[in-house]
Design a protein around this ligand. Structure first.
Ligand code: SF4
Length: 387
């Protein structure tokens, strides 16, 4: 047993606070608590929380509890998989505390088809490779039908794992790693205290790909601010061109009052991009992606363009075309799109053709005094609620 885990008492089933948007239907298994780095200036998630590893035996106990609940759900279900509410209530009435919480997790997973599992929290690859492999094998043994097991990882950590160990982890069942690259620019990475650099990002990414594990790289448009916007776009594209990850996912910068970057922003040391400037930056970024076959996704509520989606290289023109169309619109149209998109009323620029929705957004702008000149201030406040 690891030194940092040997004194811990089992506190019952646990789940961490976040998962990637694409893991909405995954079973969340917590193998560590919080983030071992916890210094990124833009990140609010684990601030003030202490990192710890969970003992392998505790994680296994969580899996056992989930297994028990999944088994019970299967017993309750009829031949079409349906379960009566009364049966669930009767089962729940016997559960208390974290066993009840585990049941809700199992129920959510059961309803979603039980295909995928996500290991929490911020950097599961920090576990000893043998411990991680043991958890993965145990998981597969309990739920052999699972098709995808994924986790978050830091580039710095992955870059230090041997190729052999990574392959062992892949064989044990980890098939996708989500890495928060955020930027490929060393200036930006240093400014936001990401604790890694471009070289480590590239090395880690290449290692994951070589181990046969799918790789999802997160990019944060706007993170370089006005000062480094161009370098951020070009260097990030260059890092990704060297990796060729399976997925490139965009998640735009938001600056809630609780993150350290907010102080820089308030003091004028960090100049946040407007939506228009961010759009130009994303366009430059996409234009610089070359020679790779990654799928691009923009599946985060914070993004101005939810419909930038496609496979490189064939869909590049389609994706850049959407941004160019936005940039060519007049300021009033841009305002309607920005507000409508962030309120969830529009999903794409084409939705602007819906006259009823348009009228609703125009009315909302009028009532709230939103004009093309103050749209970004309104959006900034709105975005803080989604972080
Ligand atoms: S490594 Fe990830 S979770 Fe940790 S502080 Fe940075 S962004 Fe947040």
């Amino acid at each position: 047993m690891n030194k940092s885990t040997q004194k811990q008492q089992y506190q019952g089933f646990e789940q961490g606070p976040i998962r990637p948007p694409s893991e909405a239907y995954s079973l969340l298994i917590r193998v560590t608590r919080n983030c071992p780095w916890n210094k990124c200036k833009f990140c609010p998630v684990y601030k003030g929380e202490k990192f710890s590893l969970r003992p392998v035996e505790h994680v296994k106990k969580d899996i056992d509890t989930l297994y028990e609940h999944v088994d019970a759900l299967r017993e309750m279900s009829d031949s079409s998989g349906q379960i009566l509410r009364d049966d669930i209530d009767a089962y729940l009435s016997k559960l208390t505390g974290t066993r009840r919480q585990a049941f809700y997790a199992a129920l959510h997973w059961y309803a979603a088809g039980m295909e995928s599992v996500f290991l929490q929290d911020a950097n599961s690859m920090i576990l000893k490779p043998a411990d991680l492999a043991e958890i993965l094998r145990y998981l597969k043994n309990c739920f052999p039908w699972v098709v995808r097991v994924t986790t978050y990882a830091r580039s710095r950590t992955v870059s230090r794992i041997s190729e052999e160990n990574l392959k062992e982890i892949a064989r044990a069942g980890l098939n996708r790693i989500h890495i928060g690259m955020e930027s490929g620019s060393d200036e930006v990475l240093k400014m936001v205290r990401k604790g890694t650099d471009k070289e480590q990002h590239v090395k880690a990414g290449q290692k994951v790909v070589a181990a046969g594990i799918q790789l999802s790289e997160y990019v944060m448009p706007g993170l370089g601010g006005r000062a480094f916007s161009r370098a951020h776009a070009i260097e990030t594209a260059d890092a990704l061109n060297q990796i060729n990850p399976d997925y490139i996912r965009l998640r735009s910068l938001a600056i809630p009052n609780s993150v350290p970057l907010f102080e820089d922003y308030e003091a004028g040391r960090f100049e946040k991009l407007t939506d228009l400037e961010t759009a130009r930056e994303i366009l430059l970024f996409l234009q610089n992606l070359e020679g790779i076959s990654s799928k691009v996704r923009s599946d985060h509520i914070l993004n101005l363009f939810e419909d930038i989606e496609g496979k490189l290289p064939e869909d590049k023109g389609k994706m850049t075309g959407k941004i160019e169309r936005f940039l060519e619109m007049d300021p009033h149209e841009q305002m309607i799109y920005q507000v409508g998109r962030r309120l969830g009323q529009l999903r794409s620029i084409e939705d602007l053709d819906n006259s009823t929705v348009r009228r609703e957004i125009e009315e909302l702008c009028r009532k709230n005094g939103i004009t093309p000149d103050n749209t970004d201030a309104f959006i900034n406040e709105l975005m803080k609620r989604f972080v």
